[in-house]
Design a protein around this ligand. Structure first.
Ligand code: THU
Length: 129
């Protein structure tokens, strides 16, 4: 990904964060995923009265793309209101590992943007042989 695509993806993730529904945690997260075709899908976290039903921004973005038939993924940007990086939770890492094993994961913080891979974030991942 070239720097302008990365900046664009981060901007899209910031936009998606504005749609987060997080009245309980007050921790809003946005994600934007770029597919192999260059399409961008958005996700935000959505919390629910029944707290265990809350869903994460990353999985929402991935699922939105999968629902549209996308199967190849280049990159995902993840943005939160926090100063530090918002690392994807374990469940999101597993989903990304399964559906987007080659994906570049861009996290933002007050200090800038850093790239991670799935194997860095989820070594020894579960795979059905
Ligand atoms: N959350 C995400 O959306 N993505 C992450 O990577 C970590 C956590 C959400 C879930 C919940 O709505 C809120 O952040 C606080 O945990």
């Amino acid at each position: 990904m070239n720097p302008s695509d990365i900046d664009r993806l981060v901007r899209e993730a910031k936009g998606a964060k504005n749609n987060a529904i997080a009245p309980y945690s007050k921790f809003t997260v946005g994600a934007a995923i770029m597919t192999g075709k260059g399409n961008i899908y958005h996700g935000c976290n959505i919390e629910n009265h029944s707290l265990m039903l809350s869903s994460c921004a990353e999985r929402a973005a991935l699922i939105n793309a999968l629902v549209d038939g996308e199967r190849k993924f280049k990159a995902i940007a993840i943005v939160s209101g926090d100063k530090g990086y918002c690392f994807p939770c374990g469940a999101c890492r597993q989903m990304l590992a399964e559906f987007a094993p080659e994906i570049d994961i861009y996290l933002t913080s007050g200090k800038g943007i850093e790239k991670f891979t799935i194997s860095e974030l989820l070594p020894h991942q579960f795979k059905k042989k």
